[in-house]
Write a protein that binds this ligand. Structure first.
Ligand SMILES: Cc1cc2nc3c(=O)[nH]c(=O)nc-3n(C[C@H](O)[C@H](O)[C@H](O)COP(=O)(O)OP(=O)(O)OC[C@H]3O[C@@H](n4cnc5c(N)ncnc54)[C@H](O)[C@@H]3O)c2cc1C
Length: 327
C-alpha cells in the first residue's frame, strides 16, 4: 500500500480517508488557536478557533472563512447533501462508516427543502467528522514541495514528512496560504472562485415557495439552534414562522490578482456569503490540473477542487470528488 498523507480534518479529509480504507496518515491539528480572526468562522455555542492565514484580500466585500479544528466546518454545518447526481458508490462509502442519510422533515431534522436534499447524520446527530477521524500528526502544515516525484510536507515545527501521495483537504483559505508559502502562487498570478449566492427570507407560509432556486427551510427553533451552533434537533416546531436559506441559480464569480507580499487585489461587490464558494483556478487552470502538472502525486479535495453545478449543498460534489481515490 502506498504511503498516503491527507492534510486536513474536516469533511473532505473524512471522505478522502474513507476512500483509502482509512489507511492514509492524517496530518492536522486538534485545534489551532490564533489571534488572527480575519478568516475565522465561529458560532456563539461552538468551540472557538481562529485563523492562521496571513494573506490579505484588499477588498472588504470579499469574505472567505476557515475553521482550524478537527472536524472543520462540519462542527457547525447543516450536514445537508443533495442526492441528485450523488454517485451510489459515494452513498455506499459513507454508509459503510455508519453515516446515515436522513430525509428532511420538521419532526426529524427541523428543516425542509424544495430539492432532493437529505441530512448527513452520525449516531443521530448532524455528522461531525471529528467523531470518526483522528490525526496521526497533530500539527499544521506550512508548505509543500517534492524531491523528484516524491511529495513532502513542511510542518510549522520545521519537521519534514515524505509521502508517496498527498491529498490536500485543507479548505480554500489554507490552500491559498500553503500555495503562497510553497512559492506556487507568484506575483501577477490570477486566482478565481465561484459560488451560487445565498440570501435569507422569513416566511409565515407553510407551503415552500415555487422557484428554481434551492430553498432550505428551517423551522423557527431549528433556525435559532443552527445559527448559534447546536447540532441536534431539540425543540418541536409549533410556531408558523420559518427561515428560508435560498441559494440562487445565477453564479457569482471572484477574480483576484496576487500583488506579492501576501496581498490580493480583487474587484467585487460581494463574494463569499454562500460559504460554498468553489472551483479554485490559478491563471484559469482548475486547481487539480495546476497541481498535477507540477506533481501528479499531489491532489486537492474540497470546495476548491469541485465545480458545483447545482446551487445548494456542496458535500455531494466533495463525495463524488473523493471517488477517484477509491482503490
Ligand atoms: C456554517 C457552515 C455551514 C455549512 N453547511 C453546509 C451544509 O449543510 N452542506 C454542505 O454541503 N456544505 C456546508 N458548508 C460548507 C462546508 O464547509 C463544506 O461542505 C465542507 O464542510 C468542507 O469541508 P472541508 O473538509 O473541505 O473543509 P473544512 O471544513 O474547512 O476543514 C478543513 C480542515 O483542514 C484543517 N486544516 C486547514 N489548514 C490546515 C493546515 N495548513 N495543516 C493541517 N490541517 C489544516 C482544518 O483544521 C480543518 O480540520 C457549510 C459551511 C459553514 C461554514
Amino acid at each position: 500500500m502506498a504511503n498516503i498523507g491527507i492534510v486536513g480534518g474536516g469533511f473532505s479529509a473524512l471522505v478522502a480517508s474513507a476512500s483509502t480504507n482509512f489507511q492514509a496518515k492524517i496530518i492536522t491539528p486538534l485545534i489551532s488557536n490564533h489571534l488572527n480572526k480575519i478568516f475565522a468562522v465561529d458560532k456563539i455555542l461552538s468551540k472557538k478557533s481562529g485563523s492562521l492565514a496571513s494573506f490579505k484580500i484588499l477588498n472588504k466585500n470579499v469574505r472567505l472563512h476557515e475553521r482550524l479544528i478537527l472536524g472543520g466546518n462540519s462542527k457547525i454545518w447543516g450536514g445537508f447533501v443533495n442526492m441528485d447526481g450523488l454517485d451510489s458508490r459515494g452513498i455506499a462509502l459513507l454508509e459503510s462508516m455508519g453515516v446515515q442519510f436522513k430525509p428532511l422533515s420538521f419532526d426529524g431534522t427541523g428543516s425542509l427543502s424544495n430539492k432532493n436534499i437529505y441530512q448527513l447524520q452520525y449516531n443521530d446527530l448532524i455528522l461531525d467528522s471529528s467523531n470518526i477521524i483522528r490525526p496521526n500528526t497533530n500539527e499544521m502544515v506550512k508548505s509543500i514541495g517534492w524531491l523528484g516525484s516524491k511529495p513532502y510536507l513542511v510542518l510549522y515545527s520545521g519537521i519534514v514528512l515524505y509521502f508517496d501521495k498527498l491529498i490536500l483537504c485543507v479548505g480554500v483559505v489554507q490552500l491559498i496560504q500553503i500555495l503562497i508559502a510553497s512559492n506556487l502562487i507568484r506575483k501577477g498570478d490570477y486566482i478565481s472562485l465561484n459560488e451560487y449566492p445565498c440570501r435569507f427570507n422569513l416566511s409565515f407560509l407553510r407551503a415552500l415557495p415555487e422557484t428554481n432556486d434551492c430553498v432550505i427551510r428551517y423551522g423557527f427553533f431549528r433556525a435559532i439552534n443552527h445559527f448559534v451552533g447546536v447540532q441536534k434537533k431539540t425543540t418541536p416546531e409549533f410556531l408558523p414562522l420559518y427561515l428560508d436559506q435560498i441559494f440562487l441559480s445565477s453564479k457569482n464569480h471572484l477574480a483576484m490578482q496576487y500583488n506579492g507580499a501576501e496581498e490580493f487585489s480583487a474587484h467585487s461587490l460581494g463574494f463569499g456569503g454562500s460559504i460554498h464558494y468553489c472551483n479554485l483556478k490559478i491563471n484559469s487552470m482548475p486547481i487539480n490540473d495546476f497541481i498535477s502538472n507540477l506533481n501528479p502525486n499531489i491532489s486537492v479535495l474540497g470546495m476548491a477542487s469541485v465545480n458545483q453545478m447545482i446551487p445548494g449543498p456542496i458535500s455531494n460534489d466533495i463525495i463524488n470528488g473523493a471517488l477517484v481515490y477509491d482503490s
